[in-house]
Design a protein around this ligand. Structure first.
Ligand code: ADP
Ligand code: MG
Length: 245
């Protein structure tokens, strides 16, 4: 693969479940520091695409590269998965662990970091998402927005090459969405490479470098936010954006 600044490259990715074709040949790439937002109707394959990128779901065809490594042919996926952060819609926190321990666990168990170093790094990431004072609270004691910020801190602590976000604010009460989007915006500004599935068009418009509109297993249109919102080329994109307003 050429181009040193390409973090992720996806080529003709296909995935079926039984006889249901969900991804029908998806291709795009992400440069270092780029934020891309994926939009599109529900059931279109957005989550399946993200799950394929860290090989939680194994594609039926096509290739994925993380930097120069073709991960679709790698046998040991542990290292790859450490390099790809994932932020889930439902947070995915361990309920029996404090916020701090939730952030530390990947560092001690997966990266085999010693406890003190892990604690220090985890605290730094909690500080970064504004949750230093909540470190010793359990998920049940946190608001949804705080839980999701712990989820982001946990991803960050692993020092990933890219972070995938699957509808990170969809499970939140409206008044809690802003604090999560603001953390994500700061991350994007700090140079993190981010691929974000979201329905938050304000975020898409102001934070993303590029928007991908997916429908029915295909990328229908891919362009800058200005282009996508002012002058969508495809009729399906127009209809989708129109329905949101
Ligand atoms: P989106 O995230 O865009 O809403 P998904 O990727 O979740 O779409 O789902 C796309 C389609 O694939 C849906 O029809 C869904 O039911 C189907 N699907 C997703 N995961 C599985 C699975 N593990 N087994 C069978 N079908 C699945
Ligand atoms: Mg989804």
């Amino acid at each position: 693969m050429s181009g040193e600044d390409i973090v992720l490259k996806i080529e003709d990715l296909k995935k079926s479940f039984g006889d249901k074709e969900v991804l029908k040949g998806v291709s795009f790439e992400m440069k270092k520091g780029e934020t891309k937002v994926i939009i599109g109707p529900s059931g279109t394959g957005k989550s399946t695409l993200l799950a394929c990128i860290n090989m939680l779901v194994v594609p039926n065809g096509g290739k994925i590269w993380l930097e120069s490594e073709e991960i679709t042919s790698v046998k040991n996926l542990n290292k790859i998965r450490q390099e790809i952060g994932f932020v889930f819609q439902d947070f995915g926190l361990f309920s029996h662990l404090t916020a701090l321990k939730n952030v530390m666990i990947g560092l001690t168990k997966v990266k085999k970091m010693d406890k003190e170093a892990a604690r220090e790094l985890a605290m730094a990431e909690l500080r970064r998402v504004g949750l230093e004072r909540e470190a010793d609270l359990y998920p049940a004691q946190l608001s949804g927005g705080q839980k999701q910020r712990v989820g982001i801190a946990r991803a960050l602590a692993m020092k990933p090459k890219i972070i995938l976000f699957d509808e990170p604010t969809s499970a939140l009460d409206p008044e809690l969405i802003g604090e999560v989007l603001s953390v994500m915006k700061n991350l994007a500004l700090s140079g993190m490479t981010m691929l974000v599935v979201t329905h938050e068009m304000g975020f898409a418009r102001t934070v993303s470098d590029e928007i991908i509109f997916m429908e029915n297993g295909y990328i229908v249109e891919q362009s800058s936010p200005e282009e996508m919102f002012k002058n969508p080329k495809n009729q399906r994109t127009k209809e989708f954006l129109f329905k949101l307003n």
